[in-house]
Design a protein around this ligand. Structure first.
Ligand SMILES: [Zn+2]
Length: 299
């Protein structure tokens, strides 16, 4: 085929490019070395002569590259997309532009592909991505991916065990959405909470006052319980553990249980019940020590 570039032509073009580059770097090398001992008495003139000769070489090599490149056939289109090239021979006027459009969309999808693979790499490193573990290794993935897909009986078992270990906190399980559990927690006469599970993973939590009606989506009308809800979301993310999902649930419930003294225990930092500006009780509990703090007072 006339339009096809042969390997030999490409090779000779590349090698003349290489020669040109090496002769150019030779010029700069000599120039940066400056006057040398072997230039002798009339050092300056000798150096100038040497540079002139090197520059001549560059000129010759450049002309050679020019020639070999000129010998290369010009590709008829930026890409050869197989039989679609024939679209450019279309006689109907409004279809003539089709091939260019096709090439453009090809480039575009190529870019989309490239960017999405970058995005995939970045997202798979995101530790807040909780439901699926993309660690790259399929072996590990197979083991961990089942966090959101465990048998209901297993979830019940974990939650009932937690329920039995606190006598002032009542936990009840319901399943209004098929297999996933929705858990209601009554913490003495202090608060109620509802937690939506996806398998063994806690997905959503809502905290309300003791006297309020509880559902997953309406916020409490009291500022303090809206604050506790906010902090409970932080706790849910903090305790999340892909390898030990039942421990995550247990840690979260223990943390939530520490709100039993929400209205009776003062802040560990300022020793006040109500914060002097927000006028709220200590609505934060330390993840480790479970000590009460005002949001404004936590470290
Ligand atoms: Zn405080």
């Amino acid at each position: 085929m006339q339009n096809q570039i042969t390997i030999e032509q490409l090779n000779s073009a590349l090698s003349s490019l290489r020669t040109l580059r090496s002769s150019v770097s030779h010029v700069f090398e000599t120039l940066s070395n400056g006057l040398r001992a072997d230039h002798g008495e009339e050092g300056k003139d000798k150096l100038l002569l040497e540079l002139q000769e090197l520059l001549n070489n560059v000129n010759v090599n450049l002309r050679e590259l020019d020639q070999t490149v000129n010998n290369l056939p010009i590709p008829s289109a930026p890409f050869n997309l197989g039989n679609t090239t024939f679209l450019s021979q279309e006689t109907t006027q409004d279809r003539q532009a089709l091939y260019t459009q096709l090439v453009n969309s090809y480039k575009w999808t190529d870019k989309v592909h490239e960017y999405s693979s970058y995005a995939h790499t970045l997202l798979s490193q995101n530790s807040l991505k909780r439901s699926y573990i993309n660690s790259g290794s399929t072996k590990r993935r197979g083991k961990l991916q089942s966090n959101h897909n465990v048998a209901p009986a297993q979830v019940d078992n974990v939650i009932n065990t937690i329920d039995r270990s606190f006598n002032d906190m009542k936990i009840t399980i319901s399943r209004p959405f098929a297999s996933n559990a929705v858990v209601q927690i009554n913490l003495s006469h202090v608060l109620k909470a509802v937690v939506a599970f996806k398998g063994m993973l806690m997905e959503w939590v809502m905290v309300k006052g003791y006297g309020e009606t509880l559902d997953l989506w309406t916020e409490s009308r009291h500022h303090v319980f809206r604050k506790v809800t906010e902090n409970a979301h932080a706790a849910m993310l903090h305790f999340y553990s892909p390898t030990l999902p039942d421990l995550a649930v247990r840690s979260f419930m223990t943390w939530l249980h520490s709100y039993i003294n929400l209205f009776s225990e003062p802040c560990k930092r300022c020793n006040c019940h109500l914060h002097h500006t927000s006028m709220l009780p200590p609505a934060w509990r330390d993840f480790r020590t479970l000590e009460p703090f005002h949001d404004e007072c936590k470290q």
